[in-house]
Design a protein around this ligand. Structure first.
Ligand code: SAH
Length: 230
């Protein structure tokens, strides 16, 4: 899989994409991630990428021209993308289903916004998918891009040490994960539930499912209702 990220602040992405599972996946060639500086496609000695907004108002807007030039150049180099994603708080809310879908693709481009966002014509003509990572506003799309990349890369076959692990995480079946414990069996007088020490695998699986259901109903009734309807 190839993931290209277009940004005016590539430095922000140095750390999130260079450690742990994502690092290992890159080293093992499961994914190629390229962080590309949008300013390389801007003209003039100032490499201007933003300008005042038409109609007035506070905040700069990212100009269509450098973005167009960047996307067209990259598109040609990659011979097309499966999705060209724009990170934006007014996009569809990101979730595990979308992460699963992205992980099946070969080539994606993620455009990170800044300032007030990008000129609407970019969104109308160049973007195929608009993604928000939640109902709050970040100062730039880089952290949102990092969230998308991390959640997608860990789904690539071979990225996780134990390949089953991703399937038992929260959301894969619309249920939250059950509680997990490790040694010691008693710490500070706090005990691990007896059932987990019983060795009865069937009873343990039943208990985990019950816990998942209880947690989902309590913490995320919206997920539980969706599951009930399915
Ligand atoms: N004026 C915009 C917010 C701009 S925030 C609005 O009110 O909708 C600047 C940039 O940060 C955005 O262009 C986007 O790329 C990124 N960003 C901010 N919040 C985000 C979120 N919740 N999800 C994804 N990207 C976000």
């Amino acid at each position: 899989m190839i993931i290209d990220i277009l940004t005016v602040v590539p430095e922000i992405l140095n750390s999130p994409l260079n450690y742990s599972i994502v690092k290992r996946a890159r080293e093992n060639n499961l994914v190629e991630i390229n962080v590309i500086n949008l300013r390389d496609f801007a003209k003039g000695s100032y490499r201007q990428v933003d300008d005042y907004q038409y109609g007035g108002g506070a905040g700069m807007v990212m100009m269509p021209e450098p973005i167009y030039r960047a996307i067209e150049t990259l598109k040609q180099k990659r011979q097309g993308y499966d999705e060209i994603i724009f990170t934006t708080p007014d996009g569809e809310t990101y979730n595990q289903q979308t992460a699963n879908y992205f992980s099946t693709l070969d080539k994606i481009l993620i455009l990170c916004g800044h300032y007030k966002g990008v000129d609407q014509r970019v969104r109308d003509h160049l973007i195929t998918r608009e993604i928000s990572i939640g109902d709050y506003v970040l100062s730039g799309g880089e952290l949102a891009a990092a969230v998308i990349v991390d959640s997608v890369v860990r789904l690539l076959p071979g990225a996780l040490g134990n390949s089953e692990s991703a399937l038992t995480d929260s959301f894969q079946d619309n249920l939250l994960s059950p509680p997990v414990y490790t040694r010691p069996a008693e710490f500070n007088g706090w005990k691990v539930p007896d059932i987990l020490l019983s060795g009865n695998q069937k009873a343990i699986e039943e208990w985990r499912l019950e816990q998942s259901i209880e947690r989902t109903k309590r913490i995320r009734p919206d997920l539980w209702e969706k599951l009930d309807l399915d």
